[in-house]
Design a protein around this ligand. Sequence first.
Ligand code: ZN
Ligand code: MN
Length: 494
Amino acid sequence: MAAKVDYKVIVGLEIHVHLAAKTKMFCGCELAYGGTPNSRTCPVCIGMPGSLPVMNKHAYECAVLTAMALNCSIARFTKWDRKSYYYPDLPKNYQISQYDLPLSENGFIEIPLEDGSIKRVGIIRAHLEEDAGKNNHELGSFSAIDLNRAGAPLLEIVTAPDMNHPSEVRQMAQELQRIVRYLGVSEGDMQKGHMRFEPNVNLHIYKDGQTYKTAICEIKNLNSFRAIERSVAYETQRQLEEFLETGKTMQMGNKRTYGWDDVNQMTVLQREKEEAHDYRYFPEPDLVPVEMDDVWFEQIRSRLGELPLQKQKRFVTDYGLSDYDAAVVTGDKATADYFDAVVKAGAEPKRACNLITQIGQKLANQSNTSVDQLGISPQNLAKLAQMADKGLISATVAASIYTKMPGTDTDPEAIAKAENLIQTSDTGAIEGLVNEVLAENTEAVQDILTNSKKAQKAQGFLTGQVIKKSKGKANPRVVTELLAKRLSELAPKG
Ligand code: ZN
Ligand code: MN
């Protein structure tokens, strides 16, 4: 058996994000998912000779905004280049991309890790390019090509090799999704291919006082968080075993490209590159360079807003939420902003967070919407939270009132009164119920008085019975107090 060796995983990511523009990058064709094949095409995006591209300014601004959120420096002068390659889904035989003067470079992204710490991953560059079409090989003894996607604006982001664990790669992908959704620059829908990830993985293996580096493997076209984490984990193990068996290092092998087989949960070798592809980059003669003045730059920057991680941190420091709660409630911008408004309307943050994430999100899912779209004003939800905090209603009753509020935005107090749900702290009334329950449950009373092992459970049971008798209206604190008092009176005097 091979000796145990120490090693470090090194992962960098290449990411393609579909920008949510109304039209394609260099023509006026509508950008929409699906649709009859080749119905959203024109001479420009099917590459007819003589057609001329025109840059989509909105898509460009979306790209710059994202680059700003990724802390990149933004180029005030950038240009377009042709990247030549031949493939059926690329009718021009070149892709318009950016080569030596990308629109942004040298940034970083901060990722909240599961242990509460923050990891910083460098961004080498982010540039704009157009997507290719789609080949369909599933129709029979021929292949078909759909160019609806050809020319869609794609933001390519290249990270530094700063990730050192499969879960970090997944969390980087998730944080990027949260950012693009907050910015509104992409729907970030993984299933629709709005974000595609390509991890570059290799290992630094420490053995006999030496460091060996394995050859870099690129895993192509991942479009689920699970596939990202699992494929990196698989590739780590595969490279380690290969090194232990063959001793092969980076110098003895070229960069290889792998695919992810989701059925068998393994990476599959696609091709071994002899050298870097010669894409014959040269400046696109049909497009003018983009020059950005200060006014335009500031216009875009003013749309940046508070980013998800900033919001998450603020909810922890200003509102006292746990890291976990803050991460859940900032999962999407609409929920985070709604929560913020509810707290600003006077709700205790933890209470508001629990109501929104435990009840509100369930209601929203049922009606296929988001919590802010349920038709409940932040003021009324804050009022509900306050009623629970003051002990006017129990947490259970608060939850049930919440489910009655959507659509009508009814005052929760009116619901509580109409349905007779206001909790009572009237000791006289509760005392009567306590006496009834004690008389009806002599066995539990005996357990409490004589069997210390069963006492706690029996006491909880009796408390529950009193609250049940009150139809949920008896204040649990008062019930517990009165019950304890009556039980101590019943206890044999020693
Ligand atoms: Zn077109
Ligand atoms: Mn690309």
